[in-house]
Design a protein around this ligand. Structure first.
Ligand SMILES: Nc1nc2c(c(=O)[nH]1)N[C@H]1C(S)=C(S)[C@@H](COP(=O)(O)O)O[C@H]1N2
Ligand SMILES: [Mo]
Length: 211
């Protein structure tokens, strides 16, 4: 049995508050980890009304579709425990996310043969980023709805954010309200500032190498 499973099982056996206290912080479902920064490139944190929120999906797919939050929550069943790395040097270890596997979601949208990139727009009206279809289908890439068992924080991208755990945090667009499949990749917010669009986290890499 893995240490993580052992801890979770022990906690369940012990039960209640005492059990929860035995768990490391990342495993306590009611403890949302504090991120060192809640970025807002747009200069404000969108306040999204969950009743009226719609995820719009369009571009090179079988037909344009909208998803209400309840429809997304129904599909949001995949737990992902991942460390989160910002390219400016900070890391949050072992964040408990829950979300929709992007590969499954894309399959549901039925991309046309001409689609090569998946573009994510933020409800802030400014921030945008993209993945190739292969990158988007990689294991661990999710549309996250929950953190530590609770809906995302407003500042953390409520109600939907992308999570690309194998890349730096700037790929993980917050407040996603539109996903387009396209033949060409538009320039992302950070790419405009010279950061790579293939932002794989490298061991021993320093963010200052990019400056
Ligand atoms: N819409 C939007 N998404 C965003 C950002 C942003 O400013 N606006 N910042 C990015 C960066 S650089 C990082 S490191 C992560 C930070 O996630 P956090 O704000 O939840 O800490 O969000 C990413 N997604
Ligand atoms: Mo970042």
């Amino acid at each position: 049995m893995q240490r993580r499973d052992f801890l979770l099982r022990s906690a369940r056996l012990a039960g209640g508050v005492a059990g929860a206290l035995l768990l490391p912080a990342w495993a306590r479902a009611d403890t949302i980890p504090v991120f060192p920064e809640y970025y807002t490139y747009a200069g404000f944190y969108p306040q999204i009304d969950p009743q009226h929120y719609q995820l719009q999906c369009g571009g090179l797919i079988a037909k344009p579709r909208n998803f209400a939050l309840a429809e997304l929550y129904q599909r949001s069943v995949l737990p992902e425990v991942r460390s989160f790395h910002c390219v400016t040097g900070w890391t949050v270890a072992n964040v408990h996310w829950r979300g929709i596997r992007l590969a499954d979601f894309l399959a549901e949208l039925r991309p046309l043969d001409s689609a090569r990139f998946v573009v994510f727009h933020s409800a802030d009206g400014v921030y945008v980023d993209s993945l190739s279809l292969d990158q988007a289908r990689a294991p661990g890439v999710i549309l996250a709805t929950h953190i530590a068992g609770q809906p995302l924080l407003r500042k953390g991208g409520f109600p939907l954010r992308l999570l690309v755990p194998q890349m730096y945090g700037y790929k993980s667009v917050k407040w996603v309200d539109r996903i387009d499949l396209l033949a060409d990749r538009p320039e992302g917010t950070w790419e405009r500032d010279g950061y790579p669009s293939n932002a794989y986290i490298k061991k021993g890499f320093s963010w200052s190498d990019l400056l």
